[in-house]
Design a protein around this ligand. Structure first.
Ligand SMILES: O=C(O)c1ccc(O)c(O)c1
Ligand SMILES: [Mg+2]
Length: 629
């Protein structure tokens, strides 16, 4: 599969962009004219730089307002084209993109446009160049790839072909299967971009909000399937106009782009097996059966505080690592691991971030295959020296440099708790509180990393992302998106913090980076759990009494239920899927907290309650200090 990306997709000057593009693994680059014009080197030198990076120029673009012009504009337009042909030859590329005319002077008329392209094709052929025509979604007369194709067909010239761009087709909801009947040799290049569904002017949407395939809401896979079905085996080229990417880290954005194409190719091949695009082989997206454990890195002193807190949740000390300072606390199917080693990755993580849930383990069908897929998608593998008798657990680096381990039932990994740990008896066991599984792991990331991690998880794991919701923090907005599977055995929430004053933003600032900010445990009976927690000495996060008056009115709850919710500081939500109950701990350390939930059919996450619990949690942040009892 030949991969390419337009320079316009990345930040920096032309050489920064080329370096990032080459490093991420792309084969080609679209040179966007303005990136070249703003750069000081000659076209020959730029061409040499591109080749020195091991790249090929897949396309030079755009050439605007060409077809259907009246004289004398028409002659001028052809002269302009000849100048660009000179430039292309110096750069060392044979393909230019002409986008459909937006000029009020354009006359329209499909045969007039075809005649113009035939003449341009003659001129291009003299120099061994090719011209591709793209319908801009806002083109004056041509804004549909089917019409652009008709012009190319009528131009009937071997040096004139069609350029498809998923954004222009999908933003106008044009039937993608119309692509299947286009001869593959007439498709000169295919540009890909996704975008979030936002109802706005097409041009503005396109120029500011495009994102990588898989990061937005458009059916880019369906589009690419139709392209692949033609037998097309040329470049898949990202053309992403996005304000955030343009201001972001070029290396990180290029890595995301490359991952998005590999993932897209994989999906297309699985859905459309008879294609010519050579897509790398990799295991399918991974079915996650559950969160096997969450591991905290802590100092011994802070571990003591953490242990005291989780004991009030009814966790009991269950096992100790045979050689390391690592303890396992258990309840139901939940394993909480506390690592107080003074060496190795956990310790390094503690020194940078303070006490944190720096790692978690996912139970999958095949841990080795999962690691293979992760590697194929460009994830960073994690390896640490393995002691005698210890297992080599496949792992990758995740959010904030933390770790994701993979366990399975089919290899020795199934016995990890017996092989690496010895059982211990808890001297002061807390009464169990009915916690059953980890319902979700909530990670806080910087807002401009949110799409990166969404793509990371959805490309690797068999999951879906839910629409983005805005969470109102008294100090700003936090954008939240969920990655989950249908079975509900994996639920990850990602919160993107735009400023450092929000609870999420403070967490990132104080812990020096993104990471797990809260863990939610499930119970089948929130009231019984709340009573057990209280008996164990747990103090739940106090919720404003005003909240309960509102909940009563909003949902028409009976007064007795509302009294019980209020007495236990339980938040309530309800939608078509069912009822939801949430109970929070105060923040621990630098803004970390726990949540306990009961779902009665409900599939959401209580977004409507977020504002209330954030307001309550904020009271516990330093420097205000802990509230007095
Ligand atoms: O926004 C534009 O003008 C523009 C230019 C060239 C393209 O290939 C494109 O998709 C959009
Ligand atoms: Mg385009």
């Amino acid at each position: 599969m030949k991969t390419s990306i337009a320079t316009v997709s990345l930040s920096g000057d032309l050489s920064d962009k080329l370096r990032a593009i080459a490093k991420a693994g792309f084969d080609g680059v679209e040179i966007f004219e303005n990136d070249f014009l703003a750069f000081d080197e000659s076209p020959r030198e730029v061409g040499r730089m591109v080749r020195d990076f091991g790249l090929e120029i897949s396309l030079f673009q755009p050439f605007r307002d060409f077809e259907g012009m009246p004289e004398p504009l028409r002659t001028r337009t052809f002269d302009r084209a000849e100048r660009k042909f000179d430039l292309m030859q110096e750069l060392g590329t044979d393909l230019v993109l002409v986008c459909s005319n937006v000029s009020p002077a354009a006359l329209g008329g499909i045969d007039r446009a075809a005649a113009d392209f035939r003449e341009l094709g003659e001129r291009a052929a003299k120099r061994g160049l090719r011209v591709g025509y793209e319908a801009l979604a806002w083109g004056r007369h041509i804004h549909d790839h089917r019409d652009a194709w008709e012009i190319v067909r009528r131009a009937d010239h071997p040096n004139i072909g069609l350029i498809l761009d998923s954004f222009h087709t999908l933003s106008r909801k044009i039937e993608v299967n119309s692509i299947r009947s286009i001869p593959k040799e007439k498709i000169f290049i295919v540009q890909l971009a996704d975008a979030p569904l936002i109802d706005m002017d097409l041009l503005y949407w396109s120029r500011h909000f495009r994102n990588m395939p898989g990061e937005g809401d458009l059916p880019v896979t369906e589009f690419t399937r139709a392209v692949a079905a033609t037998g097309y085996d040329g470049y898949l080229s990202l053309e992403i106009f996005n304000d955030q990417f343009r201001g972001g880290n070029a290396n990180a954005i290029a890595v995301d782009g490359y991952r998005s194409l590999i993932y897209l190719g994989d999906q297309v091949k699985r859905a459309e097996p008879d294609i010519r695009l050579p897509v790398p082989d990799m295991p399918p997206r991974v079915d996650v059966k559950g969160v096997a454990f969450v591991e905290f890195a802590a100092s011994e002193e802070e571990a003591g505080e953490l242990e005291a807190l989780i004991r009030t949740f009814g966790f009991r000390k269950a096992a100790r690592h045979r050689t390391k300072q690592v303890l396992v606390y258990r309840q139901g199917a939940v394993n909480l691991v506390i690592n107080t080693e003074r060496e190795g990755f956990a310790s390094a993580s503690y020194l940078v971030h303070g006490t944190s849930a720096y790692a978690f383990g996912l139970l999958v069908d095949d841990a080795a295959a999962t690691a293979d897929r992760a590697r194929a998608l460009g994830a960073e593998p994690f390896e640490q020296a393995v002691g005698p008798g210890e297992l080599k657990v496949p792992a990758i680096r995740g959010v904030g440099g933390g770790l994701i381990y993979f366990l399975d039932d089919k290899s020795e990994l199934a016995k990890i708790w017996e092989i690496e740990f010895e059982p211990v008896t808890d001297d002061a066991p807390a009464a169990p509180a009915g916690l059953t599984v980890i319902d979700h792991v909530a990670q806080t990331v910087k807002y401009d990393e949110l799409l990166t991690w969404l793509l990371f998880y959805t490309s690797l794991l068999d999951t879906k992302k839910t629409p983005m919701v805005d969470i109102i923090d008294p100090a700003g907005i936090v954008r939240s998106q969920v990655v989950e599977n249908d079975a509900g055995t994996l639920r990850l929430t990602l919160n993107g913090a735009e400023n450092r004053n929000t609870l999420a933003g403070r967490f990132i600032a104080e812990t020096f980076g993104s990471g797990v900010q809260h863990l939610a445990f499930a119970t089948d009976d929130i009231f019984a759990t709340a009573a057990a927690l209280r008996a164990n000495g747990f103090k739940s996060l106090p919720i404003s009494p005003n909240y309960y008056d509102d909940v009563e009115a909003r949902f028409g709850l009976d007064a007795e239920l509302v009294e019980r919710l209020k007495a236990e500081n339980i938040l309530y939500d309800r939608d078509d899927s069912g009822e939801f109950f949430q109970l929070y701990s105060p923040t621990y350390g630098e803004g970390f907290f726990f949540e306990i939930i009961e779902r009665r059919g409900y599939r959401g996450y209580g977004a409507a309650n977020a504002i209330f619990r954030i307001a309550a949690l904020r009271k516990y942040l330093r420097p205000e200090g802990l509230p007095k009892d």
